[in-house]
Design a protein around this ligand. Structure first.
Ligand SMILES: C[S@@+](CC[C@H](N)C(=O)[O-])C[C@H]1O[C@@H](n2cnc3c(N)ncnc32)[C@H](O)[C@@H]1O
Length: 259
């Protein structure tokens, strides 16, 4: 699939939107068994470690928490969060990703994880409210602002009053490659991707009804530096990621708020 730099999802009609989503679902199904191996190959060994350290510090899971992982994939974050919370519901539209996730969860002996195959653009009522809802690198793959807004509104509805949301998306900033929006040629997969400025993230959270939105960054340092000492780099990045002024300068934008 060639890169399509001029692509504008806002011009998609319903059928084109559905085709983009169907293509992603099918590619996620195909890629699920090898996803965790491919990630460090694509991104360098330190990037996933650093992202996980920063994002986990913002999710800040607690033993009493019921948590929702929106776009859980094969459970990269679920496997870190589940041991630290009371209960975790993992939602994804890829059947194979969730099947792979259940395999990892079983192998890890975790018994507090459930899965739900659903489209986050139309999240069904699940009959419970969550203390924390997080979503890592999923919003960036939802075509159109309207659909992304529907996802964030659905996540807000799933939160209990006072519950917290943590949204992580690829950034459009000095670390970015390619175009702000396009059919991603980087992975050669043809998946839609929208890169976020801090303003894009704030707007989504505000429109969904969240006040007091905070935006931070992760993966601020280049991989050629962090690959030399990933663990030390993760500690330095942990400090840098707390600085509000750096919110637009990392590989990822992290939006946070309370209901
Ligand atoms: C880049 S992967 C990230 C997975 C995981 N959060 C992680 O960080 O490893 C994006 C995930 O979002 C899921 N996804 C994308 N659009 C979705 C939608 N509309 N509804 C449900 N899941 C969706 C994909 O199937 C995929 O598993």
């Amino acid at each position: 699939m060639a890169v399509e730099p001029g692509f504008d999802a806002e011009r998609c009609d319903e059928d084109e939107f559905a085709a983009l989503q169907a293509r992603e679902r099918s590619l996620r199904d195909d890629g699920a068994p090898t996803y965790l191996e491919r990630l460090p190959q694509l991104r360098g060994k330190s990037q996933p470690l650093i992202q996980q350290a920063c994002v986990m510090s913002f999710i800040a899971p607690r033993p009493s928490d019921a948590a929702l992982d929106a776009g859980a994939g094969v459970g990269r974050y679920a496997l870190l969060v589940a041991p630290k919370v009371r209960r975790l519901l993992c939602v994804d539209f890829s059947h194979e990703a969730l099947r792979t996730l259940r395999g990892y969860v079983g192998a890890a002996g975790l018994t507090n994880v459930d899965t739900l195959q659903a489209d986050l653009c139309r999240l069904p009522a699940v009959g419970e409210r969550f203390d924390v809802v997080y979503s890592v690198e999923t919003l960036q793959h939802i075509p159109t602002h309207r659909a992304r807004a529907a996802v964030v509104a659905g996540l807000r509805s799933a939160l209990r009053p006072g519950g917290r949301v943590v949204l992580v998306a690829e950034a459009w900033g000095p670390r970015s490659q390619g175009t702000k929006e396009g059919i991603d040629g980087r992975h050669g997969e043809g998946i839609y991707e929208f890169k976020f400025t801090p303003g894009d993230m704030r707007r989504l959270l505000h429109e969904a009804g969240f006040a007091k939105v905070r935006v931070r960054a992760s993966n601020l340092l280049p991989g050629r530096v962090t690959d030399r000492g990933p663990r030390l780099a993760a500690r330095v990045e942990g400090l840098l990621s707390r600085v509000p002024a750096f919110g637009g300068l990392g590989w990822f934008v992290i939006g946070m708020a309370r209901k």
